[in-house]
Design a protein around this ligand. Structure first.
Ligand code: PA5
Length: 446
């Protein structure tokens, strides 16, 4: 399902160096699984694959069936951890062109930004078709999704009337707290719970990700099964045989030699949102107290023609993690041309995936030669089990890595800064003093 190849980091991190990290890795592992470290109250994701509430899962499946039967479009409203995982799963498993396929419903994500164009496009795309809404927010009060939901609540009520609208709105939120929970209870929306002990970026295997996945026709049991297999492996394996130990250990060793940017790369565009999800996971978990590896991503081979020059010869602060997998079984074969007008007959009869494989192998070696140590995560496919396994692998590795770095991998205090300024500039009650100071600064900059 998932295999980690570290052969191309051996020059940068020797066996000896990796072995010397074993005590730190063991300490981080014990701290995590014994729930003794900072933020341990948010480690419910650790045992989630085997503790998923069966009744909740049945309700999720029934809700997804209802959406699939009665709606041509599902609008999923959420941001950050309440958005990226669901989109990552749908694109990875169903492909980036999911919405253009024959399946129903089409799924559009909203509330993950404040672009007027994007709003208008979604409204135009829905047109007069039937739609449902899944609004997702743990706090229940994040501005971007709250604005989107206010708008879509009014659109859906206008179209169906208040009574019918409430049967088309599904709220995924805290069990007890927050404006969304209060509203959902008052209006009678069907609610799904984000457990108290699971933070946003670790929540993809809760109803946050599961309802959109099920609505897209993804088999949630298989996703959870893949995560469960990985959980069994990673929780029990306390040695460098563990892929999570090797990944977290190598990241830590490379960071200590000045490699402070990790580039997650992939050769299949359907991985794009999985990379976005990964960036949030590692960025929010490690980037604090003036520390942490900066998580970036690049899509190959496209970005080899843009970022490739920098990766090969720019500042040597990068290391690379390549996620390699083959999605489609059906090959596309290069035709033979009698006149060989483009000189490509040496490839005739070969498949596009064969060329992609060689591009991967050539890139990995070139980057190693250029001073960019690289690891490869090999996945056996782009299916439900692999997605579940990958999510758990990254979550576990990220928590280990954060503890090795000496930070709390489960909080995100820095995210509040922009919100305070935005509220002040929007004249939200209670932010008057800050608004004055910010306006002075903005006027001074003119
Ligand atoms: O990881 C996190 O905690 C954040 O990215 C949140 O998921 C994001 O800010 C959305 O928060 P909420 O679900 O409360 O609307």
């Amino acid at each position: 399902m998932l295999r980690l190849d570290i052969s191309r980091v051996k020059k940068a991190v020797t066996e000896e160096e990796l072995n010397s990290l074993i005590p730190d890795l063991r300490r981080a592992h014990e701290t995590l699984i014994n729930k003794e470290g900072p933020g341990s109250e948010y480690t419910g994701w650790l045992e989630l694959p085997e503790k998923t509430d069966k009744d909740e899962l049945s309700r999720l499946k029934a809700a997804a069936d209802k959406i699939r039967r009665g709606s041509s479009v599902l609008v999923v409203i959420g941001i950050g951890g309440s958005y990226l995982g669901a989109r990552a799963a749908i694109e990875f498993i169903k492909g980036g062109f999911y919405n253009s396929g024959a399946t129903s419903p089409e799924i559009y994500f909203l509330g993950n930004g404040l672009s007027t164009d994007y709003y208008n496009e979604i409204i135009r795309i829905i047109g007069d078709r039937d739609f449902s809404v899944n609004v997702i927010s743990k706090s229940g009060g994040t501005t971007e999704p709250a604005v989107a939901f206010r708008l879509f609540k009014s659109l859906i009520e206008e179209k169906y009337g208040k009574e019918d609208a409430r049967t088309r709105i599904f709220a995924t939120t805290d069990a007890r707290r927050g404006a969304l929970k209060t509203l959902a209870d008052a209006e009678g929306y069907e609610c799904f719970v984000i457990p108290d002990d699971i933070g946003g970026r670790y929540s993809v295997l809760t109803p946050v990700g599961l309802l959109p996945m099920l609505a897209a026709g993804i088999d949630a049991d298989r996703v959870l099964g893949g995560a469960r297999t990985m959980m069994t492996r990673l929780v029990c394996e306390k040695s460098l045989k563990s892929a999570a130990w090797r990944y977290a250990g190598i990241r830590n060793a490379l960071y200590n030699t000045g490699k402070n940017i990790e580039l997650l790369t992939y050769f299949e565009p359907r991985f794009r949102f999985a990379a976005e999800w990964w960036k949030q996971l590692f960025g929010e978990s490690e980037g604090k107290e003036n520390k942490g590896i900066f998580p970036a991503s690049a899509e190959f081979t496209a970005d080899l023609h843009s970022l490739g020059q920098y990766i090969q010869q720019g500042e040597r602060t990068l290391f690379e993690t390549i996620v390699n997998f083959r999605a489609e079984k059906e090959d596309v074969i290069i035709p033979h041309m009698r006149d060989d007008f483009d000189g490509l007959n040496y490839l005739s009869g070969k498949s596009i995936s064969y060329i992609n494989d060689k591009a991967y192998a050539g890139t990995a070696l070139a980057h190693e030669d250029g001073g960019v140590p690289n690891l490869t995560i090999e996945l056996s496919g782009a299916n439900e089990e692999c997605f579940g396994a990958l999510v758990y692998f990254f979550e576990f590795s990220c928590a280990l890595s954060g503890y090795m770095l000496g930070v709390n991998p489960f909080n995100q205090p820095g995210v509040e800064e922009y919100k305070r300024n935005m509220f002040a500039l929007l004249d939200k009650p209670g932010f008057g003093e800050l608004a004055g100071k910010l306006r002075e600064r903005l006027d001074g900059n003119k």
